[in-house]
Design a protein around this ligand. Sequence first.
Ligand SMILES: *Cc1c(COP(=O)(O)O)cnc(C)c1O
Length: 365
Amino acid sequence: MIPVLNLEPMHKAIRNEVLSALEKVYDSNWFIMGSELEQFEAEFAEYCSSKFAIGVGNGLDALYLILKAYGIGTGHEVIIPSNTFIATALAVNYAGATPVLVEPIVGTYNINSELIEQSITSNTKAIIAVHLYGQPADMDEINEIAEKYGLVVIEDAAQAQGAHYKQRKVGSLGNAAGFSFYPGKNIGALGDGGMVTTNDEQLAHRIKELRNYGSSIKYTHTSKGTNSRLDEIQAAVLRIKLQYLNGWNKERNMIAQRYNSQLAGIGLILPEVPVWALPVWHQYIIRVSNREKVQVDLKNRGVQTLVHYPIPIHLQEAYKEYSYLKGELKLTETLSNEVLSLPMWPGMTEEQVDKVCQALIEVTP
Ligand SMILES: *Cc1c(COP(=O)(O)O)cnc(C)c1O
């Protein structure tokens, strides 16, 4: 079976390096808020061309802490794309604000900036732009709207570490960005992890306090913060992985190009990349109308696939309080019925890509 993701080739290649880094942390007997975190924060900030990076517990916390640090909460609204992982919406709810869902565009499936303005009210405080599947959202358009209405712009870059928008790295294109180092992301920890990047010094300072019980001086608490820190063990591993990230993203891109050329013209809807985008292919998404059958047929031919995401946020039981109706967000609902994520991981061989394509050619009508 060709899996949808296989971390083994990446992890095999860096095994000795990682194990000796783990050993170093173990022997240091210092596990939280130490030199590995400090160095990783500096290296990740530089990687994103951003002034500050603050390690946190996970990607959800990264987004939630940005909102909280900007004072966004009860009575406020935050615009997010309607087709994203639920964490984007949950971060808004955790802050006490209301997520307002805006439909995507066809092609990149990122937020449709032409639909943002009609969703802005006097309570709107921020827009979270998600770089879905590793494709950067159209940040110039989003920033322009935000400027007009005085809104904060937050990037959800959980799926896009290393992606470029008009020659600039994601993570430095809004007021702040949230990253996830969940193991399956393009750069993943050996467990949970996350990061906030920003050029806003005040915000960086507030998040540093908030992640650590609202404290920057031990036992002095300036706000009711939380406990959301990036462990030394994870920082040490991520420092090593960061050196490989560009190479891994290049491999993902080569796989995507091979999919593009072999799957063209067989009646599938393939991803579209705007001229200004350099995506990092967290997922390679195709659209098929008879998805369930295609998925089973592929499985029978030894190809595993996944669906990102099968139930849109507005139709989740967790969001029934907002009384969204079926049919209200049409494109999002269509996508949830049609999208299919193909196998994609650094180290996937050309033979494996070809086998996936061959299977797809056989099963598409
Ligand atoms: C993974 C992900 C998150 C959440 O990250 P965690 O580290 O799992 O909390 C947020 N937004 C998007 C788009 C994601 O893919």
